[in-house]
Structures are given as C-alpha cells and as structure tokens.
Design a binder for this molecule. Sequence first.
Ligand code: GDP
Length: 295
Amino acid sequence: MFQSLQDKLDKALHTLKGKGQITEINVAETIKEVRRALVDADVSYKVAKDFTDKVKEKALGQNVITSLNPNQLMVKIVHDELAELMGGDSEELNLSGNPTIILIAGLQGSGKTTFSGKLANYLKTKKGKNPLLVAGDVYRPAAIEQLKVLGEQIGVPVYAETENKNPVQIAQNALQKGKEGNHNVIIIDTAGRLAIDEAMMNEIRQVHQTVKPHETLFVVDSMTGQDAVNTAKAFNDVLDYNGVILTKLDGDTRGGAALTIRTVVDKPIKFISTGEKMEALDIFYPSRMADRILG
Ligand code: GDP
C-alpha cells in the first residue's frame, strides 16, 4: 500500500552510494527525502523538520558499516531515533489504586466508548481485574446504549443514569457503586464534542477534579492527522493526562500523529486500537510504530 522509506531513498538517491562516510553534502538530499516521508506519514512539518535536523547531526561523520549501504544506515538511524523519541519502551498502566480509577477523554467519534469497552475487556481477561464501566456521556443516549451493548458482550457491568444530566454526580455515584460491588477498576467514559469548546473542557475538568483518577487517558483518532496535535495539546493543558490512545490504526494511515503528539505533549502512547472488535487493542511499542511510519 505504501512505499517504504528504504525504497524511496533507493529510488530517489544515488548520492550516498559508494561513499565511505556520511558528509554534509551527500546527506542533504537524503534528509529532504526522509522529511518528505515523515510528512507523508502525517507527522507535522515542524516536528519532521526538528527531527530530521537532529538525525542529520547524528548521521554526519558516521562511518558506513560494510554490511549496510549508506541508505540502509540512514534508515536505521532514522528508525532508532524515531523509536527513541516515541518513548523507547512501552509504558504500562498504573493499576495501583483500590479501586483504580481510569478516566477516558477525547473528542466525539475518536473511539472513546469503543476503547472503554476494550480496556475493560483487556483488564478482565489479561489482568484478572473486576472492572466497572461508567457511562458518563450524558448528551448522547446512544453512547450509553452503545456502552451497555459492549458491556454485555464482554461480561462487564455498566453503570448508567439515563435521567441524570450531571456527569460529576454520575461519576461520584459510580464510585460508590464500584465500592459496593468490589470492583477494583472503574473506567469512566466521558462525553465528547465534535470540536473543543469551553463548556466541554470545564465539565471534564470537574469530573477529573472530583474523581481524582489514577490514569487519565486521552483517546485520539489517528486518521485526523495533523489536527490530532491541537486536540492533544488542548486536552493536556486541562487534564495533564497520563497517556494517549491512538485509534483507527487499522485504517489507511501511517500513524505519524504518534510522533507529533509525543513530541508536542510529551506523554506516552499506551495503547493502539486497530478495529471495532473488542480484541482489537494492542500495547504501544515505539519500535513497531517506527517501522510502520517508515514502511
Ligand atoms: P466516541 O464518540 O469517542 O465514544 O467514539 P466511538 O467509540 O463511538 O467510535 C466512533 C466510531 O469509530 C464507531 O463507529 C466505532 O466502531 C469506530 N471505531 C472505534 N475505534 C476504532 C478502531 O480502532 N478502528 C476502526 N476501524 N473503527 C473504530
């Protein structure tokens, strides 16, 4: 589907071939090509530029190892640097609370409700937890229904109050309910709007201040590309969240938003969502994402 960076470099450039060392002159074209590849993969221009400047510094003066041709060496440097920037290792959830409270935030349509279900399923089947899902989207009755359907599917109870329009109260009541039911994880799905607005931010801030979550996770649609960054930043300014969930990576995207978001908000990406099924959830591995971005 995509052309890999290696192919692009091999096709576009012969400048590095046969040179014993990477120098200022013979690296310029390669760097331009790398930057173009990153922008094609939805990395924002500024992040791509800063990144390639750094890679250039790293590459200059490196001796070309005999087993790698210079283009391959360049791809390796780019790959390692990308993986490093995206976090090096994967980062686990903090599940130390009793109960652990997890707040799910993001725009409408980003995949919050679906992810809430997946996370509950993951914690139940992989971590032996007894989760409670909380329907906190008071504006869309369909969202409450959707969460109930998911809950049923995975065998996790869902707390909802269809008549109550106060998400703070609902969250408080849910915590009480969670204690009574011996739930050791409480996952609160929240309302999202199509765009960031003050009322929405105030509301989620209040829920956040009231329930004091151990984990606040920001869900973002990887298909939204460059826009994802502004949303990620706006939510981080208000919630100072602990981690990012990139959704819809089963779609037609390389996932460059991962690098941009990581660079701009400096929060780890914890999971990636790769489909609508409850099992379509993976732990985020920076090195794999670097492979994907570079093809
Ligand atoms: P919310 O408004 O943030 O709660 O978003 P939803 O969870 O309702 O998801 C919006 C739409 O995206 C629904 O049709 C989901 O089935 C779909 N969706 C969610 N996550 C994924 C994913 O990882 N891949 C794909 N292909 N679709 C997804």
